[in-house]
Design a protein around this ligand. Structure first.
Ligand SMILES: Cc1cc2nc3c(=O)[nH]c(=O)nc-3n(C[C@H](O)[C@H](O)[C@H](O)COP(=O)(O)O)c2cc1C
Length: 179
C-alpha cells in the first residue's frame, strides 16, 4: 500500500469482524518490520507476547482489560502484549540513567516500535487498537512476564468492522514552533 494511504487509513479500530484468523506468518512479518524501528544505542528492548489462540485470548481480554476495552477488542484475531526490558534504553553501561529521562527512553523506543507495528499491520490490510488502559500486574501473572520487563500497551489486531472518521487533530501552529 502507498505510504500516505497507510497513514491515512490507519485508525484506532474498536469493532472487529468475527471469525477472522490471522496467521502466525503474518504476525511475524509485522513484528519483523517493527524490529526495524530505531532504538537507544540499538538496544532493542521492545518485547511482544502474541496471544492468538483460545482460551488464552479470552482470558487476557476478560481478566486484564476493563469492560470498555473488552468490548473494543471483541472479535480481534490477536492481542499483542507489549513490554520493554527496563534499565537498558536511556542508561549507561552500568545501568545508570544517561540523562533526566532515564528509563522513560525504553517507553519511547517501544512507542516507535509499536508505531512501525501498527503501520505495517495497516499495510497488510489489518487494523489495530493500542490499549494503554489495562491491568499490567494481571498481564504479568497470566503471561509469566519477567519482573525486569515493564508491561506497556495491549494491541488488538484484526479486521475492521467499522470505518470511523479520523478524530480531529490540532493545528500545526499549536504543536510545532519554527525557530
Ligand atoms: C498510548 C496509547 C494508549 C491508548 N489507550 C487506549 C485505550 O485504552 N482504549 C482505547 O479505546 N483507545 C486507546 N488509544 C487510542 C487513542 O484513543 C487514539 O489513538 C486517538 O483517539 C486517535 O485516534 P486514531 O488512532 O484513530 O487516529 C490509545 C492510544 C495510545 C497511543
Amino acid at each position: 500500500m502507498e505510504f500516505d494511504r497507510v497513514i491515512g487509513t490507519r485508525r484506532s479500530i474498536r469493532a472487529y469482524k468475527a471469525g477472522m484468523a490471522v496467521s502466525r506468518e503474518t504476525v511475524e512479518e509485522i513484528l519483523r518490520v517493527a524490529a526495524q524501528a530505531p532504538s537507544w544505542k540499538n538496544s532493542q528492548t521492545a518485547r511482544t507476547y502474541v496471544v492468538m489462540e483460545e482460551p488464552m485470548l479470552s482470558k487476557v481480554r476478560e481478566t486484564c482489560l476493563p469492560e470498555f476495552n473488552q468490548r473494543n477488542c471483541r472479535n480481534a484475531s490477536a492481542l499483542l502484549v507489549t513490554t520493554f526490558v527496563k534499565g537498558i534504553s536511556g542508561c549507561d553501561n552500568e545501568g545508570n540513567p544517561a540523562n533526566e529521562l532515564g528509563d522513560q527512553w525504553g517507553a519511547y523506543d517501544l512507542g516507535i516500535h509499536n508505531a512501525f507495528l501498527v503501520l505495517k499491520a495497516r499495510d497488510l490490510g489489518l487494523d489495530t487498537l493500542i490499549m494503554g488502559i489495562r491491568d499490567g500486574e494481571k498481564l504479568r501473572e497470566l503471561l509469566s512476564i519477567p519482573q525486569q520487563e515493564q508491561v506497556a500497551a495491549v494491541i488488538a489486531l484484526g479486521y475492521r468492522d467499522a470505518d470511523p472518521q479520523m478524530p480531529g487533530r490540532k493545528e500545526l501552529s499549536e504543536t510545532a514552533e519554527f525557530l
